[in-house]
Design a protein around this ligand. Structure first.
Ligand SMILES: CC(=O)N[C@H]1[C@@H](OP(=O)(O)OP(=O)(O)OC[C@H]2O[C@@H](n3ccc(=O)[nH]c3=O)[C@H](O)[C@@H]2O)O[C@H](CO)[C@@H](O)[C@@H]1O
Length: 363
């Protein structure tokens, strides 16, 4: 079987694609993969690390306002469709799956026009513009939230969940702890701002770091690659604490997640799929800078069920964050209730469900 995968820009679109690849490998020893992404998203680095052959196309997103940029985007799109057709023909793809981000547009569209079976995977409850466009051409649309169903042609939709949910299960917590330097038998909070980091979360964490020295828990705090140097400069000015381990990015997130008791993060859909598969409690600070405020909708889908606490970015500061962390982590009953509520929302067999959709199509 020959499978082409495309998804890019941010980790939330890339990791589900890689998790699906791992699931397919469990069922087939003779399968070949090609990943098509862009050179300027996070995908090239992450996909190379996973040893999956990678090819790139050049593409950009549409601006919401009418502008000359959009004319250039159309030209780029048409060129990227033609490059994608060349890649798909050379590789002789049996099936193509897009997991979101602009790059899927030309790749999946080209495949559909070549009559190759196609699937798109939508992680969010409010779909992105590329997936809405593609849903007219593809064979199947895999979704993660029931709320997404109404945005797509009814006969194509399948609820699979996010394959990354399956990938984070059954991981070695000791390995995770060891890889970042965490102590065993001490409660642990993981703080990160999505796959690219978030300045607002970094500012709040820097404010609370001096108060962490006396806390009975430890923190592993991921700044995001682009923010790391700036954060470390602040920390060096005297804001450090032994209880806090600071990293620019974590490449073995499934192992690290196995070692933590509470998550503080943005509300990207792939992170939420991981959190609920593991049944972790979380404090979510949705990014207000995303299309149609979709992260707040994602976050509410957990906090409405008492699995998480949603904190608006405008309310965020060091004191507030510390109070919320203490409120969950130092209260065993609340911790237990949130864990149970979180676990109920997870779809742990998502990878197998998505693989089954692909298998059925490629017959
Ligand atoms: C700003 C933006 O447009 N964000 C979108 C993007 O978010 P973003 O890429 O931040 O996505 P998510 O939070 O959903 O997923 C992040 C992924 O990166 C991984 N990770 C993160 C940090 C790290 O150090 N190491 C690591 O491996 C996480 O474990 C997770 O698998 O895609 C999501 C899924 O479509 C959307 O819901 C988000 O709204």
């Amino acid at each position: 079987m020959k499978v082409v995968v495309s998804g890019g820009g941010t980790g939330g679109h890339i990791y589900p694609a890689l998790a699906l690849i791992n699931e397919i490998k469990k069922h087939h020893s003779d399968v070949e993969f090609l990943y098509i992404g862009t050179e300027n998203g996070l995908e090239q680095n992450i996909v190379n690390r996973a040893n999956i052959p990678f090819k790139s196309v050049e593409i950009s997103g549409f601006k919401r306002k009418i502008s000359f940029e959009n004319v250039k985007t159309v030209t780029r799109f048409l060129k990227a469709v033609s490059v994608s057709k060349k890649y798909l023909k050379e590789f002789n793809a049996d099936v193509v799956i897009g997991t979101g981000g602009y790059v899927c547009g030309p790749v999946v569209y080209a495949a559909a026009k070549m009559k190759i079976p196609t699937v798109i995977h939508e992680q969010n409850s409010l779909p992105g513009i590329t997936n809405k466009f593609l849903s007219r051409y593809v064979n199947k649309v895999a979704i993660c939230f029931e709320e997404a169903r109404k945005h797509f042609p009814a006969n194509k939709v399948v609820l699979t969940g996010n394959p990354r949910a399956s990938e984070v299960l059954g991981q070695d917590a000791d390995k995770g702890r060891h890889s970042v330097g965490l102590i065993k038998d001490k409660k642990t909070v993981l703080i990160f701002g999505g796959s690219r980091g978030a300045k607002a979360i970094n500012d709040a964490v820097l404010e609370m770091i001096p108060s962490l020295a006396e806390k009975p828990y430890q923190i592993v705090y991921v700044t995001g690659e682009v923010h790391y140097e700036k954060v470390m400069n602040e920390v060096k000015k005297g804001n450090s604490s032994e209880n806090v381990i600071i990293k620019p990015f974590i490449h073995n997130m499934p192992e690290v997640l196995a070692a933590v008791d509470l998550i503080v993060s943005r509300a990207g859909a792939t992170s939420l799929a991981e959190i609920t598969a593991l049944g972790l409690p979380s404090i979510l600070i949705p990014s207000p800078y995303v299309t149609a405020n979709h992260q707040e909708v994602n976050a509410r889908s957990l906090s409405d069920h008492h699995a998480a606490i949603t904190l608006k970015e405008q309310e965020l500061n060091g004191d507030k964050l510390l109070t919320e962390i203490d409120g969950v982590l130092l209260n065993e009953i609340k911790l237990k209730e949130m864990k149970q509520a979180s676990k109920k929302l997870g779809i742990p067999d998502a990878a197998l469900r998505l693989y089954s959709v692909l298998k059925e199509l490629s017959k």
